[in-house]
Write a protein that binds this ligand. Structure first.
Ligand code: NAG
Ligand code: NAG
Ligand code: NAG
Length: 604
């Protein structure tokens, strides 16, 4: 179900607030003053400075008329290039500060600044040719540094080294899937040469805040026991994709690495260097913990906010991105916990990259389903069994589900991979418990069972797609009424209004023969679904958008095209009329128009 999106200016509510709240807000604004100052101490000028600059240009004696013309922008152009004048005014003072501006041909004239800003930094619109009688030739053409396919795994691993134990999981997964990524790269370069070649090589800072010691989450440790956590899996796939796509990566999981990368970037000249190899950071991919770490580098954060991409599994709706808006609408937006600990970062909604394609506010990053190229032998013969594997590796996930498991036992053989099952528990009687399995043995079990049964938790994990990729049918637990932050403890603090109609709403769209969504607490319906699933016999399947090939293509486009620093570029990509839908039902197709190519290919 789609929510009405409210996009009106949150600040307009100011006038309705009580005096006390007004004072509070004023204090808040004042306390962020250093931040505002910092912003204008960057390479932009303030409103007053712009006015002074324009006034001088018009009125001082002896000013050359073409100079004034170079700074005259129509109102419409100003809307399209909102930072052009502020940059121009700043250049008047700032062009001497760095040699690199002069290398590009900037001198004391406004026209040379305008040309630099149009051609090199793209803050201003291009100038009309007939007006370009000045210094055009001085602006040297930038030899582009293109991103080339990089299949050197050792090179990648050498960059994952700041805290070695943090990368144990990533390296294992990357190594195991390397041949799949490699093959996917070849296919993409063959199928989409226009997209894969001619991409700008970017400097990308990848900071996994959730692995930092300060976060105290101990994720890396847990992954050794609990098996793949969605977060680790997605970060592995993200890192390997960016590397194969040929970008320069700076990978960090702790504060001192982060600090070093930032300090080096800040020492780099502000303009792209003449060899086309900038030292500046083009993209910062991090998570909410990482964003907290970045807040300690305020100036860097303020100047680079538009370069941030937040890896954000469940997504963040626009209602939660602005702190003040949330505070004023707390009641409507919350259930029993009127808090917004994960939102309020003021990023553009599409700067949030999600796990599944679930909200058109955000951007779908996704992950890749492992499809081992080599044959994995099944643990036992699928056809002669009626085996159902229960999705839930820890005993607490099974809590209160005695009736459900009992119903399954009546029509099938129950298998489990629970590490901490208590012996003597009646629930585990007659259950074939394999305990914790390593990846290959898990796949071999998934190749043998007919059904992979979801029991309601965890929400939106990757495991059901691993099962479907091995030919099992996923039974998806339906939630009626749907779960959301209004009625569910786990979702209460998540910054999204999404309603979970099942454990994995995305599986509802995939449908039969790969997935059946059913109310598992209705034993008649559950037993019927299992009996149906046993007869379905689907072929192993990976949705295109969750394949290594799909992820590489998507990420190539996201990194190249998504641009929040030039506001005029953001809306126009991807062009809706260029999107093609490959599969899925009519209803889904309609909702797709707003998605970034969930299962679509962009004609280039
Ligand atoms: C441009 O905007 C300014 C200020 O908003 C306004 O005074 C002026 O009339 C506008 N000019 C045109 C040509 O619309
Ligand atoms: C006016 O400025 C342009 C560009 O800055 C320059 O090429 C031209 O020579 C100047 N004209 C005069 C008369 O100074
Ligand atoms: C189970 O579902 C069937 C079909 O929707 C319904 O008729 C039946 O009443 C349900 N049983 C329970 C116990 O809710």
């Amino acid at each position: 179900m789609k929510h009405p999106r409210s996009r009106h200016n949150p600040l307009c509510c100011f006038c309705y607030l009580s005096r006390l709240t007004q004072i509070f807000i004023l204090l808040l604004i004042l306390s962020s003053f250093p931040l505002i100052l910092l912003y204008f101490h960057g390479d932009f000028s303030s409103e007053t400075e712009i006015e002074e600059f324009l006034y001088e240009l018009q009125h001082s004696v002896g000013t050359n008329s073409s100079e004034a013309e170079c700074a005259s922008l129509s109102n419409a152009t100003q809307e399209q290039y909102p930072q052009c004048l502020a940059k121009l005014a700043w250049m008047k003072r700032g062009w001497k500060m760095h040699q690199c501006y002069q290398d590009y041909g900037a001198d004391n004239s406004v026209c040379s600044h305008r040309e630099y800003l149009s051609k090199i930094e793209r803050f201003c619109p291009p100038m009309k040719l007939q007006k370009s009688k000045f210094s055009v030739t001085k602006v040297k053409k930038l030899p582009p540094d293109y991103a080339q396919m990089n299949r050197d795994m050792t090179d990648l691993f050498s960059k994952m080294s700041d805290v070695p134990r943090n990368y144990i999981y990533h390296k294992k997964r990357i190594e195991r899937m390397w041949s799949q990524w490699s093959k996917a790269a070849t296919i993409n370069w063959e199928k989409h040469p226009g997209t894969m070649n001619g991409r700008r090589k970017q400097n990308i800072l990848v900071h996994m805040g959730f692995l930092a010691k300060e976060s105290k989450l101990n994720f890396a440790e847990k992954s050794k026991e609990g098996g793949p956590l969605g977060e680790l899996l997605q970060w592995s796939d993200l890192i390997v994709s960016l590397h194969i796509l040929g970008h320069q990566l700076y990978i960090s999981t702790d504060k001192s690495t982060l600090k070093n990368v930032i300090e080096e970037a800040e020492r780099a000249p502000p303009c792209p260097t003449m060899d086309g190899k900038s030292k500046r950071i083009d993209l910062i991919i991090t998570d909410i913990m990482g964003l907290r770490g970045l807040k300690k580098h305020r100036a860097f954060l303020v100047n680079n906010k538009c370069r941030i991409r937040l890896v954000d599994s469940f997504g963040t709706h626009v209602e939660f991105t602005d702190k003040i808006y949330f505070r004023d609408h707390k009641k409507e937006l919350s259930g029993s916990v009127p808090k917004n600990p994960w939102g309020g970062h003021g990023l553009a909604p599409q700067q949030h990259w999600t796990f599944f394609p679930h909200t058109d506010d955000n951007t779908f990053l996704g992950f890749a389903v492992d499809q081992p190229l080599e044959e994995i032998r099944p643990m036992f013969d699928r056809q002669s069994s009626k085996a159902v594997l229960v999705y839930g590796k820890e005993q607490y996930m099974w809590k209160g589900l005695e009736d459900v498991i009992q119903s399954v036992k009546e029509v099938a053989e129950v298998h489990a991979t629970v590490a901490d099952a208590s012996t003597g528990s009646p629930m585990f009687a007659d259950v074939v418990n394999h305990g914790l399995l390593d990846t290959n043995r898990l796949y071999s079990l998934l190749r043998s069972v007919k059904v992979f049964l979801g029991i309601g938790f965890p929400l939106e994990g990757p495991a059901p797609f691993e099962a479907i990729a091995q030919g099992a049918v996923y039974i998806n637990a339906q939630f009626n009424p749907p779960k959301s932050r209004l009625n569910d403890g786990f979702l209460a603090e998540k910054p999204t209004l999404r309603e979970f109609t099942s454990q994995l709403p995305y599986a509802e769209r995939i449908g039969r023969p790969y997935a059946i969504t059913v109310d598992i607490h209705n034993s008649t319906l559950l037993k019927k679904a299992i009996q149906e699933a046993i007869l379905l016999n689907p072929s192993p399947y990976v949705p295109k958008e969750l394949s290594t090939e799909g992820m590489l293509l998507r990420l190539a486009l996201l990194v190249e095209k998504q641009d929040f620093c030039n506001p005029d570029k953001t809306d126009s990509w991807p062009p809706v009329n260029q999107m093609q839908v490959c599969s899925f039902s009519e209803l889904f197709i309609k909702s797709l128009v707003n998605y970034y190519f969930v299962s679509v290919v962009i004609a280039h």
